[in-house]
Design a protein around this ligand. Structure first.
Ligand code: AMP
Length: 207
């Protein structure tokens, strides 16, 4: 299965991707994670990507498409994958059509007010990527790998606002682009509840 996760930043795509990976064995391809890995390098590209991400803007399509294409061509993706955070523009979606055929787009739907609350209290493990919420998790370190949790630069209030504007303008038109293979799920309730309806859908897909 080749799956795209659509939805605003902070809607819960990453959490959902990890649950699907766990049960269906499909690799999660998060362009945000791929870019965060690039940013750790010492290069002109790393510095450029870092400043784009810190502002909440999108990395140019050409570079983003190239990175995704290389990742999809790796062996572990031949039976399918979950794209988390890509495509984010119609241009990227059109380029993806030329790379491979996507079976479905899952839209993780959440109102902006809840997103702002969740993102501004989100704590991320810089080592393993695990996500916590400061309202419900009152420790400093990751339960899985013990690294000290951080607030991502782009989870700060000014950048959140910009990311949501970028989503509205550039990414939300993709809901229409994938309307012939779209499954919509609300992430207003718990992550388990969200996943339950996605799992039922995936279990019955094509069968
Ligand atoms: P995310 O972790 O998915 O919220 O992504 C973090 C940041 O990485 C975004 O705000 C963008 O700056 C960049 N990024 C991630 N995916 C894409 C994409 N498909 N196109 C352009 N920029 C992206």
């Amino acid at each position: 299965m080749k799956i795209i996760l659509l939805g605003a930043p902070g809607s819960g795509k990453g959490t959902l991707a990890k649950q699907i990976t766990r049960d269906f064995g499909l690799p999660q391809i998060s362009t945000g994670d791929l870019f965060r890995a690039i940013v750790k390098e010492d290069s002109a590209l790393a510095r450029e990507v870092k400043s784009i991400m810190a502002s909440g803007a999108l990395v140019p399509d050409e570079l983003t498409i190239e990175i995704v294409k290389n990742r999809i061509n790796q062996n572990d993706c031949q039976k399918g994958f979950i794209l988390d955070g890509f495509p984010r523009t119609v241009n990227q979606a059109k380029a993806l059509e030329n790379i491979t055929e996507i079976d479905m787009a899952i839209l993780v739907d959440l109102d902006f007010e809840t997103i702002i609350d969740r993102l501004s209290s989100r704590l991320t493990c810089p080592a393993c990527g695990e996500i916590y919420n400061a309202h419900t998790y009152n420790q400093q370190s990751c339960q899985k790998c013990n690294a000290t949790l951080i607030q991502r630069d782009d989870d700060k209030p000014e950048t959140i606002k910009n990311r949501l504007e970028v989503y509205e303008k550039n990414t939300s038109p993709l809901i229409n682009f994938y309307s012939d293979r779209l499954f919509k799920v609300s992430s207003k309730n718990s992550a388990e509840e969200t996943y339950r309806s996605v799992k039922t859908f995936l279990d019955n897909f094509g069968g």
